[in-house]
Design a protein around this ligand. Structure first.
Ligand code: B12
Ligand code: SF4
Length: 463
């Protein structure tokens, strides 16, 4: 039995872009979901993982599969349906799973043969068995997996050419920020994989650099943090020789022992969601966790960096409290905090989030011809109606934020600081130049986006 597991091309990393710039190697990340599914698949299935982001596959030239499994984030949904249509025309059954199919079940059901909602661990072997017997059901629900059932992902199945490997050590997040899908999809209950599994899986990752995909690396409670320390100890002891980056909340900065152990285990960078430059913004997105203990963000960032761990700060533009000038303000605040890189995204209502419900009820979902418009739900386009910012206004704020933060003078200052602090000036330089190289592409993308938006609005007016 032949199984294709497909990661549809991501509009942010179109094949053309990958070839356009050498920085784009750092934009292609491994589709871990498919590697996990492969780990759950019995040996009688011959598995091929196709990552469309690595290059255009010539499906007609490939042997006909018996089953196709497709994953998709919302932004990939259109391409997922195109791929599904291709295989269904050949009479090959198509199963879709992952976040988009779960949150937009009815839409997905009309375009594929079978949908698996939530996590696959508890249900995938049965789906395969049903497919083998030709009695695939229209819908399966995997629920939340027992964390010890998460198999070792098949790191051997993907081609080389990725800058980073990928691994997951925990699932879920208790914080449930309004804009984020994680709590809705993986639950508020924070689940930590058995340490021995994580270490064993790390040993099977080929790449020296690894993305730990966890949404919240260390969790929030003392017992989560104690377990994170045990994991880091075990990783250091196993002498993995890996360098890894991860996502964490700002409480990562609060425990010197934790930071020392993380660094010893190979942590070289963390992506931290600051979300807003103001306390009001944090309250709006439901992240008051960042405000606990009267936090000093600058000191927190510096504590992390002292362990030679880079900090990427993430912020959102387009909150209801955001007014003209917010872009420059974020650039200023992020510079004051001393983050090594800044990642700013437009507030985006993703299906299944609290923000989606709110914006839907207020009629503020701007681009809503689905599934076509999903391609703009990458958080890099302003798809909603923003309270105090017009379409042009919110785009201008984004451009000025990035121009300010990634001006050559600020980049050089940051690189100089990391040199002075005996950190990683080269990493800092490469990271900053990589973000800076996006600016021109971004402006072109906004111009195309505005044309698309105008055409859409005109079509609606005419009809
Ligand atoms: C790693 C990651 C990335 C990587 C992508 C790596 C990749 N190619 O997969 C990078 C950094 C590139 C990235 C980018 C983006 N991401 Co992202 N990302 C994640 C993250 C943190 C982990 C995903 C992961 O690997 N999980 C581990 C695997 C094992 O879990 P899983 O993917 O859920 O798969 C399980 C089930 O879903 C199911 N399943 C999945 N697929 C399939 C398929 C079949 C056939 C079946 C049966 C089952 C099944 O089985 C798996 C095992 O249980 C998630 C958060 C999360 N918790 O999911 C956000 C998340 C998926 N990302 C999100 C977003 C918004 C984005 C971006 C749009 C944002 C941006 N501008 O950066 C881009 C868009 C990328 C795109 N492809 O279009 C949102 C998606 C929401 C949505 N509705 O789409 C999430 C949920 C985070 C959030 N804050 O809400 N991301
Ligand atoms: S944004 Fe981060 S902290 Fe907030 S719910 Fe999502 S994963 Fe948790």
């Amino acid at each position: 039995m032949r199984l294709y597991l497909i990661n549809p091309s991501n509009p942010l990393v179109s094949i053309v872009h990958v070839k356009e710039s050498r920085w784009n190697r750092y934009r292609v990340w491994k589709p871990l979901s498919l590697m996990v599914l492969a780990g759950l698949t019995p040996p009688e299935w011959e598995i091929t993982i196709v990552d469309e982001n690595l290059g255009a596959p010539d499906y007609p030239a490939m042997p006909r599969p018996d089953l196709v499994g497709i994953t998709a984030f919302t932004a990939q949904a259109n391409r997922a349906y195109e791929v599904a249509a291709h295989f269904r025309r050949l009479g090959v059954p198509v199963v879709m799973g992952g976040i988009h199919a779960t949150m937009c079940l009815d839409e997905a059901m009309t375009r594929v043969d079978s949908v698996v909602t939530r996590e696959a661990e508890g249900i995938w072997p049965q789906v395969l068995e049903d497919a083998r017997q030709g009695r695939l059901k229209r819908r399966y629900d995997g629920g939340f997996a027992e964390i010890s059932d998460v198999p070792l992902a098949r790191h051997d199945l993907l081609a080389e050419g990725y800058a980073f490997g990928a691994i997951q050590t925990t699932r879920g997040c208790p914080l449930n920020c309004t804009f984020c899908s994680v709590t809705a999809f993986n639950g508020a209950h924070y689940r930590q994989r058995p340490i021995a599994d994580v270490v064993r899986e790390f040993q099977s990752v080929r790449e020296k650099y690894v993305l730990v995909v966890d949404d919240n690396l260390i969790g929030t409670r003392p017992e989560h943090i104690a377990r994170a320390k045990d994991l880091f100890r075990a990783m250091a002891q196993a002498n993995l020789q890996k360098k890894w980056i991860a996502q964490a909340t700002i409480n990562f900065a609060d425990d010197e022992e934790l930071l020392a152990l993380a660094a010893k285990a190979g942590c070289t960078g963390v992506f931290i969601g600051f979300e807003s430059a103001t306390p009001e913004g944090l309250l709006e997105v439901g992240k008051k966790f960042n405000l606990l203990k009267g936090r000093d963000f600058r000191a927190s960032v510096r504590r992390i960096q002292r362990h030679n761990i880079l900090v990427v700060g993430s912020f959102i533009i387009g909150l209801d409290i955001d007014e003209p000038g917010v872009g420059a303000r974020i650039a200023e605040v992020a510079s004051q905090y001393g983050v090594d890189n800044l990642n700013v995204l437009f507030l985006t209502p993703l299906p299944g989030t609290r923000l989606w419900d709110q914006m839907m009820s207020e009629g503020r979902i701007g681009l809503d011809a689905f599934p076509e418009d999903w391609k703009y739900y990458t958080l890099t386009f302003p798809v909603a109606g923003y309270k105090h910012l017009s379409l042009d206004g919110v785009i201008q704020e984004m451009i000025s934020c990035n121009r300010d933060f990634y001006s050559m003078s600020r980049i050089l200052r940051r690189v100089w600081n990391s040199l002075w602090q005996h950190r990683k000036p080269l990493f800092s330089l490469v990271g900053n130049l990589s973000y800076r190289s996006n600016l021109r592409l971004d402006c072109k993308a906004y111009a195309d986006f505005k044309r698309y938006w105008d055409n859409r609005t005109n079509c609606v007016k005419e009809s």
